[in-house]
Write a protein that binds this ligand. Structure first.
Ligand code: NAD
Length: 254
């Protein structure tokens, strides 16, 4: 199939499927200007990744928070969704996309307008007290003095996303499993498939009979082992192209 034929086929599958799920990774946000974490020009070339190591965070919360503030709260908070995020929001409104399970912590799916988003690794948009577990939105808490402390119990606050060495929360795991139930079509968008255990979710969808469509500008760990259809290219371009077909279909049936 040519890329254009693949796009038409996936549009038709989205219209037919009664439960479609998008599984997204850092690649969908790359065109918003968020650098990947690893490799040349990755964030960890400039900053010490130890800042996100759980043991280090508890041992040296101030040093850890200095990096976290720079990376996640001076920079990430100002980033805007791109055309790929907006396409998924449009598909949810059209009722052809039923859930997003994301590995990203950048809140961009919600900013674009998606409601049914399951954050497998948590979110930088929230902070959580490590003592009493009270949650705050990031905007509620001043980062003038580091580390930030819980207003209620003075416990240490932590971004509400998974650090290195931290297990997935039961809530994130169970809600993602629920979102996968009865999945007929899974779109894997912009993920290398290297981060475990998140990378096992598409395999579960496949075992349950879902058609797996991968959208990525390069090969991923899924490309040779799992994906039924692979559309190579930038997420913004491909998702906008699928959107055009969906909108044309909607006009034709009206
Ligand atoms: P990854 O960095 O391992 O892989 C990114 C994938 O996206 C690659 O396969 C790459 O080919 C593809 N890609 C890059 N640009 C693309 C584009 N424009 N269109 C389509 N595909 C593109 O990312 P991962 O698999 O999500 O794993 C990284 C981990 O780091 C995750 O746990 C994630 O939470 C975290 N992370 C999050 C963010 C974020 O929240 N935006 C950013 C970086 C890393």
């Amino acid at each position: 199939m040519s890329t254009q034929e693949q796009i038409i086929f996936v549009s038709e599958m989205l219209l037919k499927s009664t439960h479609s799920v998008a599984f997204t990774g850092a690649g969908i946000s790359a065109e918003s200007g968020i650098p990947v974490f690893r490799g040349k020009d990755g964030l960890w070339e400039k900053y010490n990744p130890k800042a996100l190591d759980l043991e280090y965070f508890y041992a040296k919360p101030k040093a850890s928070w200095e990096v976290i503030k720079d990376v996640f709260y001076k920079f990430l908070i100002n980033i805007k969704p791109n055309a790929a995020h907006y396409s998924l929001a449009e598909w949810e409104r059209m009722n052809v996309l039923h859930a997003i399970i994301t590995q990203n912590i950048d809140n961009l799916h919600q900013k674009a307008g998606n409601k049914n988003v399951f954050e497998f690794h948590g979110s930088a948009a929230r902070l959580i007290c490590t003592s009493c577990l009270k949650q705050y939105t990031a905007l509620e808490i001043s980062l003038e003095v580091l580390p930030p402390l819980c207003v209620k119990c003075k416990g240490l606050l932590k971004p509400d996303f998974i650090f290195f060495g931290e297990p997935i929360t039961e809530e994130a795991y169970q809600s993602s499993m629920k979102a996968l139930q009865n999945c007929q079509l899974m779109l894997i968008i912009g993920t290398s498939g290297e981060v475990s255990p998140a990378n096992s979710l598409p395999y579960l969808a496949k075992e349950n009979g879902a058609l797996i469509v991968e959208i990525n500008k390069d090969k991923s760990l899924y490309s040779n082992s799992l994906s039924d259809i692979i559309i190579n290219g930038n997420a913004t371009e491909i998702l906008q192209n699928i959107s055009m077909h969906l909108l044309a279909h909607n006009k034709a049936v009206k």
